[in-house]
Design a protein around this ligand. Structure first.
Ligand SMILES: [Zn+2]
Length: 207
């Protein structure tokens, strides 16, 4: 019904906003992004009404993201990650920002191209981080085709609202803790072991 009553000029306006959102998300810094989150969330809600771009899983995730107590820089990073707008090697290549002879391989395992799904869910190194964090929480092992299913499966392990909030925080911290050493490895040639990453998730969760 909503779709039917929206005028064509409004659709154009929202599509234009859609383009602006994604273009700017790619270019701006996380701190700037954080200050702009509220208005962009509203824009994406509008976009969903017109184009139905969010699945049920995606809607639940975006709606609950802002309720987390995670630091703002972690929330801002999560937002760009969930929109697949972080500069993974494959994303850089798609935008012609990676030299032809630069490797697209994941820095952790060197076996697969560095997509969001590989880096955060399927890599044999980073999946060990999840495994250890799941053991710490006594969660069942979750395997997922994308981040949204992963989050919903993760939250599904907790039945009380208060515990879900804690689980959200740990999930957000885990992806942050995976992303930082990835950058450290590429830009500073510093390698962090899985155990160190798991310890960092635990320490951050108590702060
Ligand atoms: Zn890998």
């Amino acid at each position: 019904m909503i779709f039917l009553i929206i005028s064509s000029s409004m659709q154009f306006s929202i599509v234009f906003k859609f383009y602006a959102v994604f273009k700017s998300l790619w270019m701006i810094s996380p701190s700037t992004l954080n200050s702009m989150i509220s208005s962009r969330y509203k824009i994406l809600q509008d976009l969903r009404l017109v184009e139905g771009v969010w699945s049920g899983e995606e809607e639940v995730v975006f709606r609950n993201l802002w309720k987390s107590k995670a630091p703002s820089k972690v929330l801002a990073f999560s937002w760009t990650l969930l929109l697949d707008r972080i500069p993974t090697k494959v994303n850089l290549m798609r935008r012609h920002l990676l030299a032809v002879d630069d490797s697209k391989r994941c820095v952790f395992c060197g076996l697969e191209d560095e997509t969001v799904v590989h880096l955060f869910l399927q890599c044999r190194v980073t999946s060990r981080v999840w495994l250890e964090v799941m053991r710490w929480f006594q969660f069942n092992v979750i395997t997922s085709p994308n981040l949204f299913f992963h989050i919903n499966g993760w939250l599904g392990e907790m039945h009380l609202k208060k515990l879900k909030r804690g689980a959200w925080l740990i999930w957000l911290l885990a992806i942050w803790v995976i992303w930082k050493p990835r950058n450290d490895w590429i830009f500073n040639n510093r390698v962090k072991e899985v155990d160190e990453m798991v310890d960092e998730v635990k320490v951050l969760s108590w702060q």
